[in-house]
Ligand binder design. Sequence first.
Ligand code: ATP
Ligand code: MG
Length: 588
Amino acid sequence: MDTQSIIHKSAADLRVAPNFVDYEGERCRFSWEAAVRELSVEPGGGINIAWQAVDRHCTGPHGTKIALRFLARNASATNISYAELAALTNRFCNVLRQLGVGKGDRLFILSGRIPELYIALLGALKNGTVVSPLFSAFGPEPIATRVNLGAGTVLVTTDLLFERKLAHCLDQMPSLKHVLLVAEDGGQTAVPGTRDLAMLMAQASDACACEQTSANDLALMHFTSGTTGIPKGALHVHGAAITHWVTGRYALDLHPDDVYWCTADPGWVTGTSYGVIAPLLHGVASVVDREEFDAERWYGILQDERVSVWYTAPTAIRMLMRAGAPIARKYALPQLRFVASVGEPLNPEAVCWGKDVLGLPIHDNWWQTETGGIMIANTPAFDIKPGSMGRPLPGVDAAIVEHLEDGSVRVLETPDTQGELALRRGWPAMFRGYLNNEARYLKSFAGDWYLTGDLARRDADGYYWFVGRADDVIKSAGHLIGPFEVESALMEHPAVAEAGVIGKPDPVVGETVKAFVALNQGYKAGEALRMELLGHARKRLGAAVAPKELEFVAQLPHTRSGKIMRRLLKARELGLAEGDTSTLESGS
Ligand code: ATP
Ligand code: MG
């Protein structure tokens, strides 16, 4: 079954000579020690993410190249070159030094995707200050929870966000010593108890020596998406840059002349690792859009900005599919040559839609907040099996394991055996702790293996197939059912735009399968369609796995990073408390 649906890649698909062609050979040759040596030697030794991402490109002809290009709805684009980014991040680093903020202190950023977010993030890293970018849509409560958990001493935000969300609850964040405000209208702010960032920047020098940081010094704090429970704060180090560098080459195929667009917000780890760090490490020009998803706008950006490498998420792809192919056909995308996706399983339908509508297959890849960078990916080096998340990248050892009673794990070597996905510890971007939860951190490891909490299987060709999160898997009449398999079967039906599947407690079979379905335009919810979809699923999956119940919904609940929140579907269905909803996308 797996091999029939392979998407073979032609030279025309790739358009440039890819970075990665020999999967087995490269995995054998690869070592993290050699990969570090590909980065530049820093003046003071050590490794600092911001120095590697910005400063090493800022002199010579590369300095004038666009590093970041900011798009806003009603304004012309703002370009920042590598040399300008170096100077601006130096200024911000000096602002922190003047305020007495140093290495190891914690800085939070709460803003939309404006230049100051990127400047503060990279400038703080230059200062050795640990950074945590937050989604600007968070309300006061989730902001305070995270700032307190991370013991933030500095907060960078905008005057409007401050007024709306923070002015009245600053006393709930006692560790904060400095609030730096950006005026959203580009002017100056004068809010008691805060400092105007523009003024501080104007007074600061644009020259500074980067703080010396080692590969194991803390750099970033990222909160997980909260898909399965309360978001956890994962701690990351400066050495993560090595993983970002390597994965930018293998999984995103970044070339110096690329125009790259990562649609993720830096409030989610993808928006920082691959929306800021990886493209800058590779010296490419990145597009940053301040606006939210809109099908016409997104196709317009891909076309007008001549985007060549695009990194997005399944939810966005499903929304483009829902918007329909005629919209896509209004745009010409001759520059686009590589498309990748992360965050959720990418349904085979979506991979094939990419080939049909964009003319390019979509490369699904897998990783987590905890892994800091891409671990398993579809790459230019091998054909795609739609529905598979690809193969482990060079430097990454993955396995399917089962838990033994003594707390250890056993690697399951037989192909197509289902078990927990595990990664051998030792890649540079591996998280180094959960904020205030050492016990949980330690529980994530068994011997040499980091346990991901995801269930998967590996086929005989070494491709990994996502089954589901351990928390979401449905146990029904002795079968273990992964929601993804059921959702993908439903997605094959032309009426279905998106599906979310849960298990409902049942006294006889343990759990029964229930599906929630959002429909494509032009289809009407009704009994006939409900029966048709149930029949379609039964035909595809068999009666034991197919849903017994199916409910139509206008939309499914998503996290802000775009993942279907099955735990919320389940809580609502069973009339239970909704739990932490801080990461729930508004309107879900
Ligand atoms: P929480 O840990 O708070 O429940 P989360 O796991 O969704 O939230 P993230 O770290 O943003 O937080 O997401 C990582 C998870 O997303 C993975 O463990 C996996 O379940 C899912 N995921 C990411 N990429 C893929 C993919 N390509 N295929 C299948 N699942 C994926
Ligand atoms: Mg998780």
